[in-house]
Structures are given as C-alpha cells and as structure tokens.
Write a protein that binds this ligand. Structure first.
Ligand SMILES: Cc1ncc(COP(=O)(O)O)c(C=O)c1O
Length: 388
C-alpha cells in the first residue's frame, strides 16, 4: 500500500524532542515556566500584538474572547455560517445566539451583507446596537480568516466601531497571514486589528503544539481580564480567593516547548506553502472545469489549505464520488465544512440571506497542502483531478 497523502500533516523532528526533554527536566510542566513565556514573547514579536495569552486551544481562546468583549446571556453575535464549528460553539458557551451570515466566493464572510444587515436590520439605543427582529443586543461579530485568507476587514471595523459592536478575529487558520502595507498603512498580522484575535495550534495548523491556541489583543484591559479568566480567576493566589468563575485555559509549558520549536519553522512552512500553491496553479491551469481558489491581493496569505473549485455550472459534480476516488488512491481530500446553520443544534437561529454558502459547499474541495508535500505527490493529485 502506498503512503497516505494527508490533508495537512504536522512536521516534528529533533528540535521538538530537545525542547520537550528540557521542559520535562525542568520540572515545570503545567502552565508556568520558561517555554510559556518564550512562546508568548515570540508570538508577540511575530504578530505585533501588544498582548498575547497562550491557551489550551483555539476554541478556549474564542470562548474567553467573547467573555472579555462583554458578550452576555441573550446577546447576539454575527458569524459566518461557513466556518469551523468552534467559532459558533463559543457563542453558545456564552449563552448568546449566532446570526448566520453569508460568504463570498473567496469563502470569507460577505462584507456587503454584513453592512446591509447592520444598516437595514438593526437600530441603536443608548449607544448599543439591537436586532430589529428580536430586540436583542448585538454585542459582537466574529470575522473568520478562512483557510488563511484575510477578511476584507476595513469596512467591518468601521461600521462595528460606529455601532459599538466588538470585533473578534478568528485567525485560527491564518498564522503568518499579513495585510499588505497599503491596506492598513502598515503591514499588520491577521488577528491584531479587531478588539481581540484568536489563534489555533491544532495538529492540522501551519504550526502545531498538538493542541493549543492564543488570544491576541492590543487592549490592556482586555488582556488583564482574559489572563485572569484563563487562570481560574485568581484574585488572591496565596489565600485562594476567586471572585469570579474562571477557566483552566492556559497553555502548558510542555505544549509551549513544542510551540517554540515549531515557530522556528514557520518561515520555512510559509515558503514551502507558497511553492505548493504555485504548483497547483501551474499543474491545473487553463481548464474550463476547475481552478484553484485565488487569494485576494490586499494581503500576503499563508496558503494554509489549497481549494479546488469546480466551476462548470452546467455539470453537477458528485463530491462524494470524487472523495472516494482519492481515498482509493490513499489521498485525503475533504469538502468545505457543512455550513453551521445546517447543524442540528443551530437550525433554529437567525440566517441572513444565505445564498452563496449553500452553493459553495457543493463545488469546493480542500486539497492536501502539508508543508512537506512533494512535487511527485502534487503531480499525482493533479493527474487524478484531470482524470475526473
Ligand atoms: C476557523 C477555526 N476556528 C476555530 C478553531 C478551533 O481551534 P482548536 O481546534 O485549536 O480548538 C479552528 C480549528 O481547529 C478553526 O479552523
């Protein structure tokens, strides 16, 4: 049997082992220690965020981000239906409700529809924004940088600031994605423009700590509250006073040790991924039936996952059959996520003009994009695509 070509495989070597050995020998294995501080400092340097809180995963980062942004029971949060379910679950952990928004062809939230919804379907009262349909407060919007491609964030930030809606950037997939200098007058990392940003270092991300995440913010008040909530809300560490209900969400020194080693590889991964993206484009160019999703030109993306688009509108493509053909060849490819508004727990929440998302999921597929994907394997993948 040939070796499986995975969708996204982590790359570990002696460096992670060396860091892990050091960490274990130090005796500091939980959420305090040299590696946690190193990882935090390195993430600050890379992203330019003033404050960073390494967390046990991206989902925990989202949960606490909503809390520190003041999302309360009964509030509503605008979120794209097309996202990994964690972005939406975090809203429900806060006993708030999602308002599902449509996506654009680039898979990111539809900025046009966000603006239309806020302008036509909400009203302001005492400095806050309310949903005309439910009279509930809309306290936040989650902008997800899908597959490493940055959201056109400027118009969203502008309207949300005006309407007192907090912006949380779900940058779980976009470590290494920067807005161009022209877009924000300065090169800016995704996740550092909204009130809060969230990263993930899950096994399938561009760098991985096994499980891990981080909260990014430039606001000291939000940082201090987040740091406090992630560490069990300790008001007095010696006498164990907890005036609030906190969480055990801080990343361990062991995971941070892996993270420090992984960060050393980020530039190499970014370079390799650029080449992989170029190769897919070259190998599949000039075909009327399919193309590779093109990142927009206002950012320099991390090319986390490459997306194949079947563009022949007349021919209905059977994605299950395509996936089965790849599986037979021991290659893992996946459809885009089943939209959140179609998931059982979310069927009864508000949906706003969800037209594109329903079409997108029928014609887009995620292709293997590991940093160490060989050209030989890419040739094989493309040969199969051409034969379908
Ligand atoms: C867009 C998005 N948001 C949130 C998460 C949650 O991150 P984690 O798996 O680290 O909890 C992920 C990925 O796993 C993701 O892809």
């Amino acid at each position: 049997m040939t070796k499986e070509i995975q969708l996204h495989k982590p790359t570990f070597n002696y460096l992670e082992i060396k860091h892990l050995k050091n960490c274990i020998k130090s005796g500091w294995v939980s959420n305090r220690g040299k590696f946690v501080e190193d990882f935090r400092r390195k993430l600050k340097l890379l992203t330019g965020a003033k404050y960073v809180i390494p967390t046990i995963n991206g989902t925990a980062a989202l949960h606490v981000s909503l809390k520190i942004c003041g999302v309360k029971k009964g509030d509503e949060v605008i979120v794209p239906s097309l996202t990994y379910i964690a972005s939406v679950n975090a809203i429900r952990y806060s006993n708030a409700s999602p308002i599902f928004m449509d996506s654009e062809d680039d898979l990111n939230i539809s900025v046009k529809k966000v603006l239309k919804f806020i302008n036509e379907n909400t009203y302001m009262h005492k400095g806050n924004t309310y949903n005309k349909k439910t009279n509930n407060k809309i306290s936040a919007l989650i902008a997800v940088h899908i597959f490493g491609n940055a959201v056109d964030l400027k118009p969203i930030l502008k309207i949300c600031r005006k309407k007192n809606i907090k912006v949380i950037e779900d940058a779980a997939e976009s470590l290494g994605t920067f807005y161009n200098k022209k877009y924000f007058n300065k090169k800016r990392h995704t996740g550092t423009l909204g009130d809060v940003g969230c990263l993930s270092f899950n096994g399938n991300k561009i760098i991985s700590t096994g499980g891990g995440g981080a909260i990014l913010t430039n606001h000291k008040k939000l940082y201090l509250l987040g740091d406090y909530l992630c560490d069990q809300a300790k008001d007095d560490k010696v006498f164990s006073i907890h005036n609030n209900i906190g969480f055990n969400y801080k990343l361990s020194n062991i995971h941070s040790a892996v993270g420090c080693a992984q960060l050393k590889k980020l530039n190499r991964h970014l370079l390799k991924k650029k080449i992989i993206h170029k190769n897919y484009n070259k190998l599949l160019k000039n075909n009327k039936n399919y193309e590779i999703l093109k990142p927009k030109n206002f950012f320099n993306g991390n090319n986390w996952l490459n997306i194949l688009i079947f563009k022949n509108k007349k021919k209905k493509i059977n994605l299950s059959r395509v996936i089965a053909i790849f599986k037979k060849n021991n290659i893992e490819i996946r459809p885009i996520w089943n939209p959140s508004h179609k998931q059982l727990p979310y069927k009864n929440f508000q949906k706003y003009e969800l037209r594109k998302v329903n079409k997108i999921v029928k014609t887009y597929l995620c292709l293997p994009s590991s940093p160490d994907l060989s050209i030989k394997d890419q040739n094989k993948i493309c040969r199969i695509i051409k034969s379908i």
